[in-house]
Design a protein around this ligand. Structure first.
Ligand code: DCP
Ligand code: MG
Length: 365
């Protein structure tokens, strides 16, 4: 690779975002195990995020609150305040804008920045990341983690490596050896099903993936294979796209065994709807069309849509629509190996500022 042509990419991700904002705004919660979302006494719902104090007990995002309470009996559940998170999100974007105009937000708390142009003549992308972290700390009393590299994928992996309050640089000369050690499930676009397939083939980390030719990768993993082939060699030419728009947000799951009971199918649809709802909420979007995808045991696939008049993003509406669509397919005695739920047809809430690295959808490459 030619040194001159390297881009400078920073990935910023706020630490325990919703929980940190709650602890900042309510000093009594500082130093305590808290969960945002879910309900006290574990009466249903899932945790959106947990403070680092609660994570020590194993509490994680998307965990049912009942389970969170079992792991950490003194946990405090807090109702989310999306308006407060959105305000912080806008403020961090203002900070980013001091250093670059090429900002691609991935959600309220996460963004890619291309700082190649070096708007303020700082000289080094590591220093830019440091200044951004300092501004977030001084002006917003919050911490972020940053990853710095020459492409999006490596920057994103790097920002996650030393959380919380981390700053990790992975330079061009260390990328390949870094990729070789990376477990397959960490590769961009590799979901659980692909990761399991790779492991069954004896492929556990980047070094194993490198043994396959590009043709073999495509033969085994479809179009995604070509991307994995490049990324494992440290090549990711995706641009930072400031105006990328999200067209749909979905989640799907392939089951270890075929589902035959409608109750089981509905329970899965609840889980998928929950994932879609929290994701759509974190992108500050609402959509009008709910789509159900079904793959049967014979690999036949169908999709069914349902549109509502007013845009929605709540779990109940998405789950109910998906269940209604399922019922209309006469699911009794059918054998289902995959279910997917997608929300689309978004109304503009924050125009032209959304984007998504959506692993569930990338699985479909
Ligand atoms: N979120 C959610 N449901 C999920 C995952 C996340 O509602 N399943 C929300 C709450 C998070 C925010 O999105 O605070 C950002 O998600 P992250 O994955 O970046 O998680 P955190 O910022 O909470 O923690 P970390 O320090 O690991 O980044
Ligand atoms: Mg975060």
């Amino acid at each position: 690779m030619d040194k001159q042509s390297h881009r400078k990419i920073i990935h910023i991700d706020m630490d325990a975002f919703y929980a940190s904002v709650e602890q900042r705004d309510n000093p009594e919660l500082r130093g305590k195990a808290i969960a945002v979302g879910g309900s006290p006494e574990g009466r249903g719902g899932v945790v959106a995020t947990a403070s680092y104090e609660a994570r020590k007990f194993g509490v994680r995002s998307a965990m049912p609150s009942k389970r969170a309470l079992q792991l950490c009996p003194h946990i405090i559940f807090i109702r989310p305040r999306f308006a407060a998170y959105k305000e912080v999100s806008q403020k961090i974007r203002e900070i980013f804008r001091r250093y670059t105009d090429l900002i691609e937000p991935l959600s309220l708390d996460e963004a890619y920045l291309d700082v190649t142009l070096d708007k303020q003549n700082i000289g080094s992308a590591i220093d830019v990341a440091k200044l951004i972290k300092e501004a977030i700390k001084d002006e917003l009393q919050l911490t972020a983690s940053a990853g710095v590299s020459i492409n999006k994928f490596v920057a994103k992996i790097a920002s996650d490596m030393n959380k919380p309050n981390g700053l990790t640089f992975i330079g061009p000369s260390s990328i390949e050896s870094f990729m070789e050690k990376l477990p397959v499930e960490k590769f961009f676009g590799v979901g659980k099903v692909t990761a399991d397939k790779m492991k069954r083939m004896g492929l556990f980390s980047g070094i194993d993936l490198k043994k396959l030719t590009e043709e073999e990768m495509v033969a085994h993993f479809g179009k995604g294979g070509r991307f994995y082939y490049q990324i494992v060699r440290g090549i990711d030419n995706r641009e930072v796209q400031p105006n990328r728009e999200t067209k749909s947000i979905g989640a799907e799951d392939t089951f270890a065994y075929n589902l035959t009971e409608v109750n089981e199918m509905n329970a899965e649809l609840d889980k998928l709807a929950q994932t879609v709802a929290s994701r759509v909420q974190s992108y500050q979007l609402k959509g009008r069309t709910i789509t159900l995808k079904i793959k049967y045991s014979d690999f036949r696939q169908i999709t069914r849509n349902y549109s509502v008049t007013e845009p929605v993003n709540d779990f109940i509406t998405i789950a109910n629509a998906a269940k209604k669509l399922l019922l209309a397919t006469e699911p009794e005695d059918k054998r289902i190996r995959l279910l997917g739920v997608t929300l689309s047809n978004f109304g503009e809430i924050i125009p032209k500022q959304k984007s998504s690295d959506n692993p569930e959808q990338l699985e479909l490459f």
